[in-house]
Design a binder for this molecule. Structure first.
Ligand code: BGC
Length: 764
């Protein structure tokens, strides 16, 4: 892996600290210092403005724009795509003194420090601005997004003239004039604005998707005079502050952002009435109280989801950053929201959600916040109709889930992915299965999962085919998770996941018919599911072809893979990475090189279906062929390497899991955080070193301790209890918070967990 760490931030167990500001790191830091609360996200931009490289980014989950693509005469291509839209800058600020406006790109400054406090969810920054004439002003900034009331954000600026007394001008407002980075365009029409003594509001409508964002701000500051300036798409209040040497002036801005995603007429009418209400609500809020509530939210959250690593400050900071980002991006507050590949921290991947959600993120929520896991799955239920439309476009029956989406419609304009990858659909089915396996929430599966399972199975039964002699079933012309093998037949992962999906569908149908015959009849009718179709499902699952070489125990990634020309990936010069930029698209597809795990991914998801010998043979065959071009790749290899007691490899692949963004490993953190890889980093510790497996009947663990660590501890929410694991060089100590008597396996042996700690010698 041609990657190296770029350690820029100070190491601290609970804080990300930037001491001194390096301009070349400005965009990376904007991503790293992003704040989010699932509903909205704001990059760590300098609110006072910055004329160097920057992406001023403020996003709302589900507020998007659409663009028409060139119409293709080929059937199945999408002709419209959707992307997250950069909305209003609600933190807009400018600070002026003696005709100079502060700008860290051009001004003189000293004592710069920025701190993201992961424990509290508060971002602070301070420095001394040195004016051309030698005057000095200390500027301190603080901001947070409310975790209790997601529509609220708050900002405090403290200004202290250090060696003079005189006026300081502060501009604060709402700026809808931001440019969407990818398209280079602004996406807002201004529908109105208001201002009164201490607040301003502005309403923006998206240009083509008919959605709205209403931003209202209330100001608290002791000022000599103020006036409003309205420019195109921007409303700003100008405050004249009387600075006194050594005396701090505090400026507070509380922001309430309302969104209208729904385009129904009554929703629009409803939204209009919120205009005045917004100001009213703002008047009832206090900065201190909002701050306390947010700190308490994080306190509660950390209590039950922290991971402690002893003896490794870098990874301790790294994993806490990851956990923080997971909760910021999503915590199940709303059913229709998604996890974009970059969360709410940038515009790369267009804010779209991928199979990453079910395959990589869902485990974090299943074991930290079951309700959030359920809500995440509900998004797929709410978008079943769109998946069924997509199936029709692709000449299939049932439901074909999109590779990339915001609203449920396919947004991926690369047909190789959008038409050939079935893994989003099977990942959705896998997600429901995994959720049920852990929570036993059968009701939810009957209510929300079954419709999806029927329609996805139906799609599989129409997308796949029988071989010439009708002895085996498989999928032809597909692409598996490894995106370097296009248009292949019988991709092992796709066939295996297809088989599992259909088997699970049949099992849920059977259980439902036994437990609720009326409900069963209703759902059968609703989906017009015929007995012959069910019979066909059985047949397909039974005859699904899984390419496997008995003598070696290796699953063939797809038919013919073993005969592909071999590329020695160690001989590819470092300068040629990322390969997408240096090799033609078709050249990538013409050999046995892998972008990311495919067979190995299957072996992780359904781990207990395979023997350790099989895992070893496949790992040793496929890992040397994988270039890990996807950031999702190394953690999966690390988890499996741990299982195979390949400690050094496990640690090597873990090497950049927790710190991928903090150390800018992929050199693209500036575009936004790798949010779904961040989820894989959590898995890397819990499934990797903790050896947890959640695909069996009982939850099982096989902890190991990297020799670089003194110990580690993690927590798992499970069946209404919280299981606590502490691993050191000698022992594994396990207890449960509520002592519900949960049974687990450790190194294959059963244990019942109470509140009292049990001690098991660690196998190193
Ligand atoms: C990976 C996909 C993933 C997508 C979004 C791609 O580079 O190959 O598996 O879904 O990124 O994270």
């Amino acid at each position: 892996m041609a990657k190296s760490a770029d350690i820029y931030y100070k190491i601290h167990p609970w804080k990300i600290i930037e001491e001194g500001f390096r301009k070349e790191y400005a965009m990376v830091s904007e991503s790293v210092f992003s704040l989010g609360n699932e509903y909205m996200g704001t990059r760590g931009n300098f609110e006072e403005g910055y004329s160097g490289d920057s992406l001023t980014g403020n996003y709302f989950n589900g507020i998007y724009e659409a663009a028409d693509l060139e119409k293709s005469s080929y059937k199945g291509m999408i002709d419209k795509t959707e992307f997250i839209v950069n909305s209003a800058n609600w933190l807009y600020t400018r600070i002026q003194a003696d005709n100079e406006i502060v700008d860290l790109y051009t001004c003189k400054f000293k004592d710069y420090v920025r701190i993201l406090d992961l424990k509290k969810g508060i971002l602070t920054r301070s420095y001394i601005w040195v004016l051309e004439n030698g005057k000095e002003i200390k500027l301190e900034f603080e901001r947070f997004l409310s975790m209790k009331d997601a529509e609220i954000a708050a900002q405090k600026i403290t200004l202290t003239p250090l060696n003079f007394s005189g006026d300081i001008i502060l501009y604060s407002g709402i700026d809808f004039g931001l440019i969407h980075h990818m398209t280079g365009k602004n996406m807002w029409n201004i529908a109105g604005s208001t201002a009164d003594n201490d607040s301003i509001s502005m309403l923006g409508d998206t240009i083509s998707t008919d959605q709205s964002v209403l931003v209202s701000c209330r100001f608290q500051v002791d000022c000599r005079e103020w006036s409003d300036i309205e420019e195109e798409k921007k409303l700003v209040r100008r405050f004249v502050l009387s600075g006194e040497q050594g005396k701090s002036i505090e400026f507070i801005k509380i922001i309430r952002n309302l969104t209208r995603k729904d385009i129904k007429e009554e929703e629009k009418e409803n939204f209009k009435t919120k205009w005045g209400k917004n100001q009213e609500v703002l008047h009832s809020l206090s900065y201190q109280k909002l701050r306390e509530d947010t700190i308490n939210w994080w306190k509660r959250t950390w209590q039950d989801s922290d991971i402690v690593i002893e003896g490794d400050g870098l990874n301790q900071q790294g994993i806490r950053f990851c956990i923080f980002q997971m909760h910021q991006t999503y915590h199940g507050a709303d059913k229709g929201t998604i996890i974009g590949a970059k969360g709410l921290t940038g515009e790369a991947y267009s804010g779209n959600t991928f199979w990453d959600t079910e395959a990589y993120c869902l485990p974090f929520y299943i074991f930290n916040n079951t309700e959030a896991a359920r809500h995440l799955l509900e998004f797929r239920y709410l978008t079943l109709e769109e998946a069924m439309e997509r199936a029709k476009t692709l000449d299939c029956k049932g439901a074909f889930y999109p590779i990339a989406t915001i609203t449920g419609r396919e947004c991926c304009s690369l047909w190789q992915h959008a038409s050939l990858q079935l893994q989003a659909s099977t990942a959705v089915a896998y997600g429901f299965w995994h959720y049920e396996n852990i929570t036993e929430d059968e009701e939810f599966i009957f209510e929300n999962g079954l419709s999806i399972l029927i329609e996805v199975s139906r799609m599989l039964a129409s997308r796949g085919d029988w071989n010439k002699d009708r002895t085996r079933y498989g999928f032809y012309g597909v692409m598996g998770p490894d995106e370097f093998q296009m248009m292949v037949n019988n991709n092992c992962y796709t066939n295996y996941l297809g088989k599992k999906t259909i088997e699970y569908t049949l099992s849920v149908l059977k259980r439902y018919s036994n437990k609720n015959p009326d409900g069963y009849e209703k759902i059968i009718k609703k989906h017009c599911l015929l007995a012959e179709e069910i019979e066909e499902f059985h047949n397909i699952a039974k005859h699904m072809y899984i390419p496997y070489q008995e003598e070696t125990g290796i699953f063939e990634q797809h038919e013919g893979y073993f005969n592909l020309p071999h590329v020695d990936i160690d001989k590819i010069p470092i300068e040629e990475f990322p390969l997408y930029h240096h090799w033609t698209y078709d050249r990538i597809y013409r050999n046995d090189m892998l972008k990311q795990p495919d067979v190995l991914m299957m072996m992780l998801l359904y781990n207990s279906d395979f023997t350790k010998e099989q895992l070893k043979s496949n790992y040793e065959y496929y890992e040397p062929r994988c270039i890990h071009e996807s950031s999702l790749s190394p953690s999966v290899h690390s988890i499996l390497a741990s299982q195979l007691q390949k400690e050094e490899e496990a640690y090597k692949f873990f090497g950049f899991a927790t710190r991928m963004d903090l150390d800018n490993y992929n050199r693209n953190t500036g575009e936004g955080l790798h949010t779904t890889s961040i989820a894989a980093a959590w898995m890397n510790i819990v499934y990797g070193f903790g050896g947890m497996r959640s695909d069996g009947k009982l939850l099982s663990f096989a902890p190991s301790l990297p020799k670089e660590w003194e110990g580690y501890a993690f927590k798992i929410h499970f069946k209404g209890d919280i299981l606590r694991f502490k691993v050191d060089k000698e022992n594994i100590k396990i207890s449960s918070k509520a002592g519900l008597g949960i049974q687990i396996l450790v190194y294959g042996k059963p244990y019942i967990l109470g509140q009292d700690e049990i001690n098991i010698p660690v196998i190193l």
